[in-house]
Design a protein around this ligand. Structure first.
Ligand code: ADP
Ligand code: MG
Length: 155
């Protein structure tokens, strides 16, 4: 990824507990709040919030626990999620629209449409997904600020 790791202005890390469905959405809400307070336009916040919610849900649904970090730099918003869990055997399959291994319980809660990972890709400028099967999953995604037409808080 280009120009994302230098000059970090804000870095926040959140813990995500696997299986904690009552908490679903609290991490993405906090990310949203942080970005709102920093003064980012809604168009950017919306993209990161959608991607972050999907990433958070995947840890809750499919992993034991995970950590989600938000990095704000002058040029980008980046989110990195590392989890401990059973991992993903076939990344390409997991990325395909409609593919889901969600069980009955997850589907009853309204999740498991198999659109989470495709939605992360659609809403971000770059996405990297890697996994060690039976160990865990690493996901990162970036939205570049200078590719947006709207006025930004650091300008
Ligand atoms: N963090 C993760 N750990 C293990 N498996 C995952 C993880 N994230 C996604 N997956 C796998 O990829 C599939 C597709 O994910 P996604 O596109 O978000 O759809 P959904 O969550 O609706 O199943 C999931 O059903 C699951 O099998
Ligand atoms: Mg999902």
């Amino acid at each position: 990824m280009e120009r994302t790791d230098n000059n970090i202005l804000i870095h926040k890390t959140f813990h995500i507990e696997g299986g904690n469905f009552p908490n679903a959405g609290t991490i993405s809400d906090q990310v949203k709040k942080t970005l709102k307070e920093a003064g980012f336009p809604n168009s950017i916040i919306r993209r990161i919030a959608i991607a972050t919610f999907e990433a958070e849900m995947n840890v809750i649904c499919y992993a034991k626990q995970g950590e989600l970090s938000l990095f704000i730099t002058p040029h980008s918003l980046k989110v990195v999620v590392d989890d401990e869990g059973h991992g993903i055997l076939d990344i390409n399959l997991a990325m395909s629209e409609g593919y889901s291994t969600a069980d009955e319980k997850i589907r009853e809660l309204g999740f498991g449409a198999g659109m989470g990972l495709p939605n992360i890709k659609k809403n971000t400028d770059e996405m990297i997904l890697t996994s060690k099967f039976k160990q865990g999953t690493h996901l990162e995604f970036v939205v570049y600020l200078d590719r947006q037409e709207t006025h930004l808080p650091f300008e």
